[in-house]
Every structure is written in structure tokens, then in C-alpha cells.
Design a protein around this ligand. Structure first.
Ligand code: FBP
Length: 302
């Protein structure tokens, strides 16, 4: 992962010079236009990871189906799922973007290429997860079960990730709330009530890159929300390679992650690109959201 992150970071840092800005002309299974950097980052991830002999299958936001590791590449015992470049709408405007990854142990027999069933596992079974943020510096944050969450900063002088944020602990209650308020009219009364309260207590911050908004709130304390709404009744963000890996990090750092009712890590996935509402960050804030939308909907809170 670190090697793939270094390669992608080198392209991101000189994107305007390397002719990798703009659209690729292709569309992914989510119906989204793929940016050139989406496709490039996806290819880098696969070419670096598929030849390690440690992974039996990869799955990505940019690939319609899982990509089994072929026999000559010696399929290994792990499953890697990832969003190669998160925050695509921010690529061309030089705002922070990232890569998100989730690692499971395979469930199919060893020694063979992996399959879809290796990917459709509940988040709590992840053995490790993390993200890379390509911001003012490049930082890789990961957690390996049952460890804490740790951050490493890429030192461009030596080309190595060095430990810069050991044992990250996210404040129980946060300063910031991050949500796209232009969707306000499409929300339920519960989420409108939540944002009314947060407006009076917290500071609004929204970059529009999940990784960047999540990272700020992880370090400084805060909550990110992407509720389901009339336009996206199942939410916008993807369970297996966006919500679940970040939920793993959030919980490892003492935070929480929910779809509004239950923990993200307890959701049984049914489809590879399934979406989910996401409420993630400081634990007390996530619980406040669950309680408020539960009350508005007249249901108990798990
Ligand atoms: P991708 O860029 O990987 O498709 O991720 C989706 C995303 O860009 C998140 O990073 C971000 O939080 C969200 O969509 C922004 O959505 P919106 O523009 O609707 O607020």
C-alpha cells in the first residue's frame, strides 16, 4: 500500500504538469464519469498489489466486478478493496483527495484466485484498513486489528513514510460538523434538526472529499454526515471501500460510525458497490445524531 501511495502521490503532486487532469471519457458502474487520475490510481493499485503474492482478489470503485489474482501471480490469503481516488470532484481544483483501502482474510479455499464472496464480508471482520490523504503533505493512516490508529507522513527527501501520528485518539465531542447542506431540502426532519443544533454549537467545514473531511474530524474532533435523501435513498457513499474502512479507523481511534441506526461495521454487505448513509466521527456526536433522528422517526436507538 505504501508503495502504491507513493506512486499515486507523485502523480497528484504534479497533476497539472503530467497531463493527468480532466475526464478520461469513460464511466464507471456507478454511472460516474471517471477522471484520468481515477483510472491511473486504479491501475497503479492493481499493478502494485496484484503481484505481491499476498492478495487473492481486489475490488475497486472503478472496476465493475472483483478482479481475481491469476494463478501465475500466486493468489494469497488477503482481499483488498479500495477507492483508488476519493474526492474526484476536487482533483482539477487542487483540493485534498485520497485513497481508501480495506483488507479482509479470504473465505474461499487457499491457493486459488479469489471471488465475490471473499469481498462480501461484514466490516467488523476487516484485519486492517486505512487511507492516504494527498493534502499539504501525504499522510497514510491505518489500523490493524486489534491495534489503534496510526499516521505516517511521507518525507519527500527520503521517499519514506515516517511515524508522525502514533495512537490517534479522536475527541469524544467535536468542534466541526461536515455535511453538504445544499441537500437540506431533501433530508428527513431528523437530519434537519441535527444540523439546526450543530449550527448553534459547532463550526461548519466541508471540503467535499470524504477522506479530507474525515481526517480533519479524526484529528481535531468532529462529525461527517452523508445522509440518505430523496435523490440518494440508500445514501451516496459505498459501504465496502469507503464507509467500512473509515469506520474501522474511527472505532480504533475511539470514535464511532453509523448509518443512522446501526454500526457501519455490523452491516452485512449484499452487493459489491452497495451504498449506505454515513454518520462518522466523534462518538458523542454520532450518538446524538442517532438519538435525534430516531426520536424524529419515533424509533428506539441501537
Ligand atoms: P468519489 O470521489 O470517490 O466518487 O467519492 C465520493 C465523494 O466525492 C466523497 O469523497 C465526498 O464526501 C462526496 O462524494 C461529495 O459529494 P457531494 O458533492 O454530493 O457533496
Amino acid at each position: 500500500m505504501a508503495l502504491a501511495a507513493k506512486v499515486i502521490s507523485s502523480y497528484v503532486r504534479r497533476a497539472g504538469l503530467a497531463a493527468v487532469l480532466g475526464r478520461s471519457g469513460a464511466t464507471n458502474i456507478q454511472g460516474e464519469e471517471q477522471q484520468k487520475l481515477d483510472v491511473l490510481a486504479n491501475d497503479v493499485m492493481k499493478s502494485v498489489i496484484q503481484k505481491t503474492g499476498r492478495v487473492c482478489v481486489t475490488a475497486s470503485e472503478e472496476d465493475d466486478e472483483p478482479v481475481p489474482v491469476s494463478m501465475e501471480n500466486h493468489p494469497g490469503k488477503y482481499v483488498l478493496m479500495f477507492d483508488p481516488l476519493d474526492g474526484s470532484s476536487n482533483i482539477d481544483v487542487n483540493a485534498s483527495i485520497g485513497t481508501i483501502f480495506s483488507i479482509h482474510t479470504r473465505v474461499s479455499p487457499e491457493g486459488k484466485p479469489g471471488a465475490l464472496r471473499d469481498c462480501l464480508q461484514v466490516g467488523r471482520k476487516q484485519v486492517a484498513a486505512g487511507y492516504v490523504i494527498y493534502g499539504s503533505s501525504t499522510i497514510l493512516v491505518y489500523s490493524a486489528s486489534p491495534g489503534g490508529a496510526h499516521g505516517f507522513t511521507l518525507d519527500p527527501r527520503i521517499g519514506e513514510f515516517l511515524l508522525s501520528h502514533p495512537n490517534i485518539v479522536t475527541p469524544a465531542k467535536g468542534t466541526y460538523y461536515s455535511v453538504n447542506e445544499s441537500n437540506y431540502d431533501r433530508w428527513t426532519d431528523g437530519y434537519r434538526e441535527v444540523v439546526r443544533v450543530f449550527k448553534s454549537r459547532k463550526n461548519a467545514r466541508y471540503i467535499g472529499s470524504l477522506v479530507a473531511d474525515f481526517h480533519r474530524n479524526l484529528i481535531a474532533g468532529g462529525i461527517f454526515m452523508y445522509p440518505a435523501d430523496k435523490k440518494s435513498p440508500r445514501g451516496k457513499l459505498r459501504l465496502l471501500y469507503e464507509a467500512s474502512p473509515l469506520a474501522f479507523i474511527a472505532e480504533a481511534a475511539g470514535g464511532a460510525a453509523s448509518d443512522g441506526e446501526r454500526a457501519i461495521l455490523d452491516i452485512e454487505p449484499a452487493e459489491l458497490h452497495q451504498r449506505t448513509p454515513l454518520v462518522i466521527g466523534s462518538k458523542e456526536d454520532v450518538h446524538f445524531v442517532q438519538k435525534t433522528i430516531g426520536k424524529q422517526a419515533g424509533v428506539g436507538v441501537s
